[in-house]
Design a binder for this molecule. Structure first.
Ligand code: DGT
Ligand code: CA
Ligand code: CA
Ligand code: ZN
Length: 571
């Protein structure tokens, strides 16, 4: 599939247009198309074949032609032309969080910088601070940004890894030689970032499995190829390991390789007390080395007197003790979710209509959604003005009737730097659901930022604090905010905190979501979808919730509509 490559090209084009200071509308058009392609589950070539490219949100005639051209030639003349006009490496510089298009050009023109390494050297040598509008602080931020990029190369956000792992699992499952297959490791535990992909299989013909695995199209480098274990590096730079194990040991291997290491230490301690030994081959009696379990994970846990423990909570955070007492939480599940309370449409920076979002949500089996486009001051993403809002509300009601799912009218209202909201109270009062978020002035002191947000939570028209820390996984640190005080304020004002399920964010993190639950703060899991495809991001948010030990009763959008609205009214 060329979907990702073409999306990358469109993102590059958008970057270059930004450097050239072209119209923001054209830039947004390319970014929008890129995002649609990234979310597309079908092969773009198949869509092109049917001549249906323009049905993809954000793809018009011009962009459609470039897709056709890429599919035929592997590139686009327009793209190559832009690249010729600009110095090489300039878009690479822009991957550093601190460096925008203007800065990139300045760095190139004044200091001849054209790679991240050049930039790092110049910053360390104190050359960057001498440029106009730059200072020691900028230099420091650039170096921090470079360090972050490097780190993100080591571990990748789960959203970038899970689809790849599923591709591998699908390819191997198709083989008649493969009997059982599962991912293991941090990916099965659904950690926010993943070091490498671990996959286990049982097979009548391990050689065949290894041959297919090590020659998959995404494989860039084979690190090791054996009969029971192979390791490769995939095109995104992440490593993947496949192990073939005995059917009688599949459960034991799965338990072992799912980890976490610390969780397994706790389980093995219990085994020792019973004169048992647990390893990846099974559970054995110490005295005669006889295997007494190993086929399934349930069996393995049962030998040490434990029920099966969900992978997401195998982190040695007290789950073994609770399991012992039969008190494991009944974790929230994707099928418990009845609504999605943050999403964007063409009214601001989303790619789809209200109706398209409503239809897609209905297909997912939801009872209700809230449309939460950006508010008026976010002009660069087409924030909804107060005048537009009346019409906007009408369209939501209409979609509600037409599609047969409750479309609540909401907003993602900007929290202004001084702690006021971007709409006055009499406008907020008209809306069913008010989400509030910070999108500007991220660099305030912790004191100021905490006060700014808490002030807004005091407003009785506010229901949910969106992406509470503002982090972008692997590309932007959270803003400085006192999460402890934020959680206290949320509890006191009965405001819900959002677990933003977008894989770029995952904000709250599992740790913070757990803190919120322990202190009795209501939570919502929302996708922040900007296309109808992104409604599927709910899976990532639910994973965070499970890692935070959340049960359905802790999650407001697991409530049926009437109960949810009751909460809204009480708030
Ligand atoms: P990652 O890949 O860094 O995101 O995290 P994991 O948890 O997937 O770690 P990985 O891939 O090194 O190993 C997979 C699992 O195998 C790990 O969760 C527990 C188990 N494991 C790996 N190495 C050891 C070890 O040295 N001792 C024990 N007891 N278990 C290990
Ligand atoms: Ca791993
Ligand atoms: Ca591994
Ligand atoms: Zn937002």
């Amino acid at each position: 599939m060329k979907n990702r490559e073409i999306a990358a090209m469109f993102n590059d084009i958008a970057d270059m247009l930004e450097i050239k200071d072209e119209s923001p509308f054209r830039i947004t058009a390319y970014r929008r198309a890129a995002r649609s392609l990234e979310g597309l589950t079908e092969d773009i070539a198949a869509v092109a074949e049917r001549d249906e490219l323009e049905e993809i949100p954000g793809v018009g005639k011009g962009i459609g032609e470039k897709i056709h051209e890429f599919l035929k030639t592997g590139t686009s003349a327009y793209y190559e032309e832009l690249r010729k006009q600009l110095p090489a490496g300039i878009t690479t510089l822009m991957t550093v969080p601190e460096v925008g298009p203007k800065t990139a050009m300045l760095l190139h023109e004044k200091l001849g910088i054209s790679s991240i390494e050049d930039l790092e050297r110049a910053s360390k040598d104190g050359l960057v601070r001498k440029l106009p509008r730059m200072g020691a602080k900028t230099e420091e931020n650039i170096l921090k940004g470079i360090a972050l990029i490097r780190r993100s190369k080591e571990r990748l956000p789960i959203g970038a890894v899970l689809p790849l792992a599923r591709e591998i699992v699908a390819a191997l499952s198709n083989l008649k030689e493969v009997k059982q297959i599962s991912v293991a490791g941090s990916l099965r535990r659904m950690k926010e970032t993943i070091g490498d992909i671990d996959i286990l299989v049982t097979s009548s013909k391990p050689e065949k499995v290894m041959e297919v695995f090590t020659t998959l199209p995404r494989v860039r480098q084979v690190l090791a190829r054996g009969t029971t274990r192979s390791s490769v590096i995939l095109d995104t730079g992440i490593q993947a390991d496949v192990r073939v194990v005995e059917p009688d040991a599949f459960g034991a291997a799965l338990q072992y390789f799912t980890g976490s290491k610390d969780h397994n230490v706790r389980v093995r301690e219990k085994a020792v007390k019973r004169d048992l030994k647990i390893n990846e081959y099974g559970v054995f009696r110490v005295k005669n080395d006889r295997r007494i379990a190993g086929k399934t994970e349930e069996e393995v846990y049962a030998t040490v007197g434990l029920p099966w423990i969900p992978p997401e909570i195998r982190e040695a955070q007290g789950e073994v003790e609770l399991a012992e007492r039969g008190k494991l939480p009944k974790l929230v599940d994707l099928k418990d979710i009845r609504g999605d309370l943050q999403m964007h449409t063409r009214w601001s920076d989303g790619s789809d209509t209200i109706e398209a979002m409503a239809k897609a949500a209905k297909e997912l089996g939801y009872e209700y959604i809230a449309i939460t486009d950006h508010s008026q001051s976010l002009k660069f993403v087409g924030g909804v003005t107060i005048e537009e809002l009346r019409e906007h509300i009408k369209m939501a009601r209409r979609a509600s009737d037409k599609v047969g799912i409750t479309v609540l009218m909401g907003t993602e209202c900007d929290i202004l730097p001084d702690g006021r909201l971007d709409y006055p109270d009499d406008v907020l009062r008209e809306l069913d659901v008010v989400v509030v978020s910070v999108h500007s002035r991220f660099r305030m002191s912790e004191e100021e930022m905490t006060a700014r947000i808490i002030k807004v939570l005091e407003n009785p028209h506010v229901h949910i604090l969106g992406h509470p820390t503002g982090r972008l996984l692997g590309s932007r640190e959270a803003y400085a905010v006192n999460i402890d005080r934020l959680i206290d304020a949320a509890r006191r004002t009965k405001t819900a905190l959002e677990i933003n399920a977008s894989p770029q964010r995952l904000d709250l993190s599992d740790m913070h979501a757990r803190m919120a639950r322990e202190r009795g703060v209501p939570l919502v899991i929302s996708t922040d979808a900007h296309t109808r495809y992104q409604l599927r991001y709910m899976e990532y948010g639910v994973a965070i919730a499970r890692r935070a030990w959340l049960e359905p009763k802790h999650v407001l959008n697991a409530l049926p509509l009437n109960k949810f609205m009751e909460w809204v009214r009480e708030r």
